[in-house]
Structure formats: structure tokens, C-alpha cells
Write a protein that binds this ligand. Structure first.
Ligand SMILES: [Mn+2]
Length: 165
């Protein structure tokens, strides 16, 4: 199973996500918040694609009222915890996030919010941030996370956009 993870698109360059989905042909797309309208764009273009999303700190109002802060998604034998990150103090560290993932028996915890791509292993749990697909915080190109899950095997890869998008 191939999953693409996006975050913090903030209404900028959302066509990049559509181009990437078109090229990568994922089984599942995850969006970690900020903002929910961008997720609706994906759903309207790809109505048959499995798309899961959580609420960011900039997601409020009527159109975000049904979006959850945290979501657990199961892909085969792997459980993934999705959250935006602001509720776990991820600018400080990812310990609270890792602890929550562990408590719920998740092998992967995904967060965004910092706009900084990162892959970490914490006691056997993959803690990953895809970065921002449109507004990278540091001097890095926009990025997303490609996750390939086969059985209990997890292959994460941060993909940085080049000029072709
Ligand atoms: Mn945010």
C-alpha cells in the first residue's frame, strides 16, 4: 500500500498536491491539517480516493466542524495516529505524541504544524512530519511524505519538490 502524506498546504499551490497524486497514484492520501478546504479540493477531484484528514490550528468554522483533532487509521496490520501537532507541543519535542501513539498501539505517528520535514524513530514508533507542501519553514523545498506499507514493513521517504511542479 502506498500512502501520501501532506500537511500545511494553507491554500497555496494546492494544484501541486493534485499533480503529485496524479503521478504517484497512491492507495491512500492523508492530510494533517491547515487547511481543510485543500482536502475538499482533493476529494472533489478524486472522489474514489481514500482521503483522511485532521484539524489544524487554522481549521475552524462550520466547514471544519466535522473534522477530528486526532484520527487513527489502520492500513493492513499497521495503525497510524494522525494529528496536526499543536495539541502535543511538537515545536518543543515529540515525546507526548510518541507516548499517545504508544498508548493506542500505533506503529506510526504523523504530525505537521512545524512546516519542517522530519523522520524519527522513538522506541520502535515512526514519528514523521511531511513538512509543508507549499510553505516550508526552513530553507528547504516544499515536501511531502511517501509511506509504503507491506505487512509489518514500513518504508518512509520524504520527497522534496523540484521545479517541475
Ligand atoms: Mn498549523
Amino acid at each position: 500500500m502506498k500512502l501520501l502524506v501532506f500537511s500545511d498546504s494553507h491554500r497555496r499551490n494546492t494544484s501541486d498536491m493534485l499533480s503529485i497524486i496524479d503521478e504517484e497514484k497512491p492507495d491512500v492520501v492523508l492530510h494533517l491539517g491547515d487547511v481543510v478546504d485543500d482536502v475538499e479540493d482533493i476529494r472533489s477531484v478524486y472522489p474514489d480516493l481514500k482521503v483522511y484528514n485532521v484539524r489544524g490550528n487554522n481549521d475552524y468554522g462550520w466547514h471544519a466542524q466535522d473534522v477530528q483533532d486526532n484520527l487513527i487509521v489502520c492500513v493492513g496490520q499497521i495503525k497510524l495516529l494522525l494529528t496536526h501537532g499543536h495539541l502535543y507541543g511538537v515545536r518543543r519535542n515529540t515525546k507526548a505524541l510518541a507516548a499517545t501513539a504508544r498508548k493506542h498501539g500505533c506503529q506510526i505517528a504523523l504530525y505537521g504544524h512545524t512546516h519542517e520535514a522530519r523522520l524519527n524513530w522513538d522506541g520502535g514508533i515512526l514519528i514523521a512530519n511531511p513538512g509543508s507542501i507549499s510553505l516550508p519553514y526552513v530553507a528547504a523545498p516544499p515536501s511531502y511524505l511517501r509511506l509504503v506499507i507491506e505487512g509489518t514493513q514500513i518504508q518512509p521517504e520524504i520527497v522534496y519538490l523540484d521545479q517541475t511542479y
